[in-house]
Structures are given as structure tokens and as C-alpha cells.
Design a protein around this ligand. Sequence first.
Ligand SMILES: Cc1cc2nc3c(=O)[nH]c(=O)nc-3n(C[C@H](O)[C@H](O)[C@H](O)COP(=O)(O)O)c2cc1C
Length: 221
Amino acid sequence: MKKLLYITANPKGLEKSKGLQIGEAFLEVYQQQRPDVEIKRMDLFSLDFAQMDADLVFARGKLAGYGYTLDQLSEVEREKILKMHALADEFISYDYYVFVSPMWNLNSPAVVKAFLDNLFIAGKTFAHTANGPKGLLTDKKAIHIQTRGGQYTGTPLQGMESGDRYLRIALNFLGINVMDTVIAEGFDLYPQRVPEILAKAKENAKLAAIEFSLEPVPSQN
Ligand SMILES: Cc1cc2nc3c(=O)[nH]c(=O)nc-3n(C[C@H](O)[C@H](O)[C@H](O)COP(=O)(O)O)c2cc1C
């Protein structure tokens, strides 16, 4: 059975978050189209995952750079690196990913970066080769749903957007094919237009769900 991981990064909850509502519109259509795909939800604001603190940085360096074995790490280093690897293994067990996040200070909420930091593991999600780093998750597909208060598309601010841009770069680095981004923008710039922007974004999300539901992963070919 194919599996989809629905990853959300918004502490406001469904009632208040327009992005989470757009995400639900996506999921509903996706599930209708692909009842065969198992969906799991992952809320990054309530997920307990390893942070890139001194223990994890040293553990990572010792294992990757100095040939240490797990036994040679301190207990706390081992515990944290195993937690990181367990999260990466869980992530790898999925075929499709949906990320839902708002734009915060030109980027995504910090939990998105902290989560992605757990996935960059040489030998597991990417490999160092003679030609440089190579992503190993090449049989997986992703989509991003992003809400923005301002208007970036087609304005001088466009180049400042770094949340969708970084997410795409990071996932591409790991070999994951990012198929689309559903952008819903201008919510705070045009408060009187919120219902219209939201309705249009939900329609776009439903269309994106149909497209995404048609995406095979290579193992299905
Ligand atoms: C901490 C914070 C920072 C924000 N920074 C930006 C920003 O840099 N650019 C922008 O367009 N909107 C910014 N916003 C506005 C949100 O992106 C906007 O309100 C969006 O509609 C939120 O979607 P949601 O309803 O799903 O939370 C910020 C909001 C917060 C809470």
C-alpha cells in the first residue's frame, strides 16, 4: 500500500488557519481519488523530535567525520542521534508528502527547518559521490501548500520569498520531486478579499490534488 505523509506547520489550528483549511480541501479530494493510499498526519508543532543542539551536532560529526560507532557516543548523544534516525526512517517509509505551512518572516516557521535538519543524513537520504551530493529519495513526490499575508507573485517582493524556495531546494537535494506549490497570498494585504482568496486557493488545491493523485511513484511503473 502506498503512503502519504501530511505534514503541517501551523500552531493556529484548523479553525483559524487558512492554510490548514486549504490543506483539508486538498486531502479530501486526494482521498476520494486515491482511497488506496494510506494517509498519516504529522503536526510539526506537536511533534517531539530531535533538535540540532550540541549533543546532536557532536554525535553527527563523530559518526560521519571520525568513524565513531554508536557505542562510542555518550548516552545522550546516542539517544538523540537514534531519535533523529528514527524520524528519518519514518519519513523515508512514505511515498508522497504534502507540506502545509504559512510564510513567516519571508521563510517558513522554524519547525520546518528543524524538521528538515533531521532528514539530512549521509548514507540514508543522500550520498556523497565523486560528482557531489546525490539525493537517494528519488522515488518520492511532494507538494507544498503555502499561505502568505502579502503579495509576492509578480511583485518586486517575489525574490524575497524563501520558505517555499528553501523547502523545494531541500527536498530536491534529497532526491524528492516537488510537483507543485499551491500559493494562497495577499490574505493580510487585502483583508476584505479573504473569502475570495481562500475559495480560489481551495479550488486550486483540489485541482492540485487531482494532479497529484495521478502521480505514480517509479515502483508502480
Ligand atoms: C510570525 C509571522 C510572520 C509573518 N511573516 C510574513 C511574511 O514575511 N510575509 C507574508 O506575506 N506574510 C507573513 N505573515 C502573515 C501570514 O503568512 C499570513 O497571515 C497567512 O495568511 C497565514 O496563514 P494561516 O491562516 O494558514 O496561518 C506572518 C505571520 C506571522 C504570524
